[in-house]
Ligand binder design. Structure first.
Ligand SMILES: [Zn+2]
Ligand SMILES: [Zn+2]
Length: 1011
């Protein structure tokens, strides 16, 4: 069970070819005592970083590599293994893989990146990458096999030619002669027959009549004529006989002619085939070299590789029992011996154990859309130990070659020593000219200070000034000055852009999102619109100096500006520095069940229908009760067909089957091309470059992720304020709205919150009426607490708010912290405050403990229990109360919500409520414009509820979209179900005059009604 190492391994990221999870590969390798293991997925490095970390954790050396697809001279797709020896090699392969994504071929619904020799030569320098000749589809095997394939084709054609006729065949020529001589004879006979027929057809009636006259008048003449007549009659009689004989002869000759001619025709067809086959052989033999010729070609190919790789080029030997391997591998081994090329043995690992071959076959069948039989070789693609591997090779190779190849494994494993450095690749801010700003810290300070007059027209107080200074220091010391400058830059670009396309009016960026709202510097830079000190939002929740953490500024954009803003970043930071993030789609739930049924249908075509019906039934059983355990479903469907489906589905669930693009995440690099840091993938569907690892691994590689999220409410509000400006000339600054009691009273407290952000649900509306929010703090509280979990505290809060119950605090300081949430601990910030103000912890430490509690790292937060109790007892609590309170906090911590996020979203809630209250017609028109057609009935009902009149569509009045006229909203033509784009055509034609009748409409507008 011992293996020194593995140099050729495929994971699930070899999409639809291998079912292996990275963790399982590493675990198995560890179990087998391997020192090193390579990951060589087909054309991709999607598993690299995850694999690297998993190996490091298990104490196995990771070798990062790829089995690239490479075009051969005969234009087939061959394989080549690249393995990184060190970090330079990592970067070389990373760039080569990225560039291969510029040559994507679409095969069996999959994107196949094609590596070229030019790419290899461009990036592989010196001694940093080991290249091996890969499998039986590899670069060298292909030359020998394509020759062999041609030879086999020639041989098979030659064999078929035995059945064909050569045009020079003597039998055919004789027959052909025979036919023509028969033709002559038939013609001759026919001519003769025709002549005789004339004689045979003669009749002698007239002559006999005149003979009787002669008898009376001239006897001598009579005698003469009589003799003459008798002679002629005799002749005719004989002619008749001859004609019938000749007819028979002709018939016989014709019969034999038909027979022989048929043989000739048949032969001619086979001759045609013969000629074609001759031409095909001629064509093939032109391509066909001798085996020796092919060997020379292989040697030439090897020399090409060694010319720039030297001893880093290996010939890889494999044997999985394929006839092709038995032919190719011994030849390659002897060439290696002759040319002194190092050998390496490998098994083409696609599965852990023999028994897993059926799951691999399942995913491969999905790829090729037909049942893929399990061949003998398919069962051999498992992780073999050294003994199994060398035994397999010995079946087809001489002992010395096998020994050398096994030693090759050790050589490669020992010479690959990749260490990925922990370098940060944080983006660098660039000025308007595209130059990196040297002193970004100074610039950040300058820009932050510049924001003061706008945010605090009356000047900033001491508390806030101190907070700003504190934050600036931490941000700068932790190295995030550039990051904040970049975010501020694109946020401001998006705001300007939104205004630009709306003739000065637009609201393209949300007030904030996530923990970023807790940072006053963000507020001063214009990244967020919530004043953090007022609402007790904590900076440490955003950036904790006691924890090396990535800050996370997520920004919401209107759809109108989102793409344009990402484009702006591409322009500014360079296409080589900006990329999206890869996601992975997996075999899941009902889909995998349906696929399993499909696969079994292919496997047992006779029972196809049965499987398919059953698959659908099981699939819907799973979806109808999402939490139903698979065991329960098993009980329900316990016949053997269902067993089969479920067995495959459960084992295949969770296996990767496609790569996608993260909806919002964007990486901006530090100026060094991203493809040197992480391999890039080109997603053809989205036409976008993405990093080949996921979000977390991207951050682990030192990159900063920025979220560009789309939020439709921003489009709604933008539409509304543009309409308000157009109709009333009022320009509304949404980022600076006054909090008005009347909005809280009329919209929120009355539950009048249809179309109000975050407050739309029926349950929420009922709760609002009971709660009766009166302030912005109340709105934040409800955004944070109306969720499963903290919802249970709401009835208590209502009681306390309406003074029907009194909140109890074990020490008075708690009232300051929990008063605004009516005695409950709802926010993470409150939890941190309790630790900080009541128990004397630093805010950074408090943030750490909060994280331990929410992540249920019990042993870590339990360590803090005693210090907490001591701290709070010092403030005056009894030990018993303190203990009890600790337990309560542990409970609260499970649900505690990020107040920064709640506050920023509560701003949007207030903004939408404000617009709805003051400008209902414009607001609802904005809602309708942005609505999906299927949601229109809900919004139309909401219009009715707030007395906004919506007119039915009018062919002569309605615009393409909803619009306002005479204080009414007119239905948009394109928003009528089924009309869509045709609305545009109608409006275009209407410019030529109103439609006067339906007939007029039909005649003037060319719309395909069938569509
Ligand atoms: Zn291969
Ligand atoms: Zn392979």
């Amino acid at each position: 069970m011992k293996a020194y190492g593995f140099i050729h391994t495929h994971s699930e990221y070899s999409l639809k070819d291998a079912p292996l999870k990275l963790a399982d590969i590493v675990k198995e390798a560890k179990k087998m005592g391997a020192t090193a293991i390579a990951l060589t997925d087909h054309g991709t490095a999607a598993g690299w970083i995850e694999f690297y970390d998993l190996c490091k954790n298990e104490g196995i050396k990771p070798i990062l590599g790829v089995e690239a697809y490479i075009r051969s001279e005969t234009n087939s797709r061959t394989h080549l293994i690249l393995l990184a020896k060190n970090y330079t090699g990592y970067k070389e392969i990373s760039q080569a893989i990225s560039d291969s994504n510029e040559n994507i071929e679409r095969i069996a619904d999959m994107d196949i990146p094609i590596m070229t020799k030019e790419i290899l030569q461009k990036y592989l320098h010196g001694d940093n990458v080991i290249v091996t000749s890969a499998c039986v589809s590899g670069v060298l095997s292909e030359i020998l096999l394509s020759r062999k394939k041609i030879q086999e084709q020639v041989d098979s054609i030659k064999k078929k030619m035995d059945d064909y006729y050569s045009p020079y065949d003597t039998g055919y020529l004789k027959n052909k002669e025979l036919v023509s001589s028969l033709d002559t004879e038939i013609a001759k006979l026919t001519a003769k027959k025709e002549k005789l027929e004339i004689i045979a057809k003669r009749n002698f009636r007239e002559q006999k009549k005149s003979l009787s006259i002669y008898k009376k008048e001239d006897l001598s003449l009579y005698e003469e004529r009589k003799k003459q007549l008798e002679k002629e009659e005799q002749e005719t009689k004989e002619a008749k006989k001859s004609v019938s004989e000749i007819k028979k002869q002709i018939q016989n000759k014709k019969r034999s002619r038909t027979l022989i001619n048929g043989r000739c025709k048949d032969a001619e067809k086979k001759q045609q085939k013969y000629i074609e086959a001759e031409a095909e052989i001629c064509k093939l033999t032109k391509k066909l070299t001798t085996e020796e010729g092919a060997i020379q070609k292989v040697k030439k190919e090897i020399s090409w590789y060694t010319s720039f790789l030297g001893e880093s080029f290996y010939i890889e030997l494999q044997n999985h029992g394929l006839a092709e391997e038995a032919y190719v591998m011994p030849i390659l081994a002897s060439i290696a011996k002759e040319m002194k090329i190092p050998l390496v043995a490998s098994n083409d690992v696609h599965i852990l154990r023999k028994e897993d071959a059926d799951i691999r076959q399942f995913i491969r069948s999905l790829r090729f859309k037909k049942y893929e039989e399990i061949g003998i070789a398919d069962k051999e693609l498992y992780m073999k130990d050294d003994k199994e591997l060398s035994n397999a090779l010995l079946k087809i190779l001489p002992k010395d070659a096998v020994l050398k190849a096994m030693k090759g494994i050790k050589n490669i494993c020992d010479s690959c020593n990749l260490v990925i450095p922990d370098t940060k690749h944080y983006p660098r801010y660039r000025d308007g000219n595209g130059n990196i700003v040297a002193d970004s810290a100074a610039l950040l300070r300058k820009k932050t200070l510049e924001g003061i007059p706008q945010r605090y027209p009356d000047g900033m107080d001491d508390e806030r000034t101190k907070q700003m200074e504190y934050e600036l220091n931490i941000i700068i010391n932790m190295g995030y000055a550039d990051y904040l400058l970049i975010v501020a830059d694109y946020v401001n670009y998006a705001k300007e852009y939104s205004k630009k396309i709306g003739k000065g009016i637009g609201y393209g960026v949300g007030p904030g999102r996530g923990s970023g709202a807790g940072c006053i510097v963000n507020y001063l830079l214009g990244i967020t619109d919530v004043e953090p000190v007022t609402y007790g939002l904590l900076f440490q929740r955003f950036l904790n100096p006691e924890r090396v953490s990535m800050p996370d500024i997520d920004v919401d954009f209107s759809e109108e500006v989102r793409e344009a803003t990402i484009d702006y970043c591409r322009r500014k930071y360079g296409i080589i520095s900006v990329a999206g993030i890869r996601t992975v789609g997996t075999q899941q739930g009902k889909m995998v069940v349906r696929n399993a049924a499909r696969f079994l249908g292919w496997k047992y075509p006779d029972e196809k229908e049965k499987y398919q019906q059953l698959g659908s039934a099981i699939a819907s059983a799973i979806t109808s009760s999402v939490n139903k355990e698979i065991d329960e479903i098993r009980k329900e469907f316990s016949d053997s067909l269902s067993e089969n489906i479920l067995s495959i589905a459960t084992r295949a669930e969770g296996i990767a089957n496609s790569f996608g693009v993260h909806a919002a995440g964007v990486i901006i690099g530090d100026g060094q091309p991203l493809k040197e840091i992480i391999p890039l993938l080109y997603n053809t569907k989205k036409a976008q470059w993405v990093i080949q690892c996921d979000m977390n691994k991207g951050e682990r590689m030192g990159c900063l992720k920025m979220d560009f999220l789309g939020l439709k409410n921003l489009d709604i509000m933008t539409n509304s304020i543009r309409l308000i400006y157009k109709r009333k000339g009022i320009s509304i600054d949404l980022s600076n709205l006054p909090f008005e009691d009347v909005v809280f009273k009329e919209i929120f407290a009355k539950g009048n919150t249809g179309c109000v952000f975050q407050f739309e649900s029926g349950g929420m509306k009922q709760m609002l009426v009971k709660f009766g929010p009166e302030s912005f703090e109340d709105i934040i509280l409800l955004v944070a607490s109306y969720r499963p979990g903290p919802m249970q505290y709401i009835p208590d809060m209502i009681e306390i708010k309406h003074k029907r119950k009194k909140a109890e605090y074990i020490i008075p300081q708690l009232e300051d912290i929990l008063g605004k949430t009516y005695g409950q601990c709802i926010y993470q910030e409150q939890l941190m405050d309790i630790f900080h103000k009541c128990a004397g912890f630093s805010l950074g430490k408090a943030d750490l403990i909060r994280r331990f509690m929410s992540k249920k790292k019990e042993e870590l937060f339990l360590k803090e229990k005693e210090p907490f109790l001591e701290g709070i007892i010092k403030k005056g609590a009894s030990r018993k109360d303190a203990e009890k309170y600790w337990n309560e906090l542990v409970e609260f911590a499970k649900y505690a919500f990020n107040k920064s996020h709640a506050a920023a979203y509560a701003v949007i809630s207030y903004q939408t409520a404000y617009l709805k209250y003051h400008y209902p017609i414009e607001y609802m028109c904005g809602v309708l414009i942005c609505a999906k057609i299927e949601k229109l009935p809900v919004y139309l009902y909401e219009c009715k509820k707030c007395n906004v009149q919506v007119e039915a569509p009018d062919i002569n009045l309605s615009e393409e979209d909803f619009f306002i006229k005479n204080n009414k909203i007119y239905f948009g033509l394109s928003k009528i179900k089924g009309v869509g784009e045709a609305g545009k055509i109608i409006i275009e034609e209407r410019k030529n005059g109103k439609f006067v009748s339906f007939a007029d409409f039909l005649l003037r507008v060319n719309i395909d009604i069938g569509k």
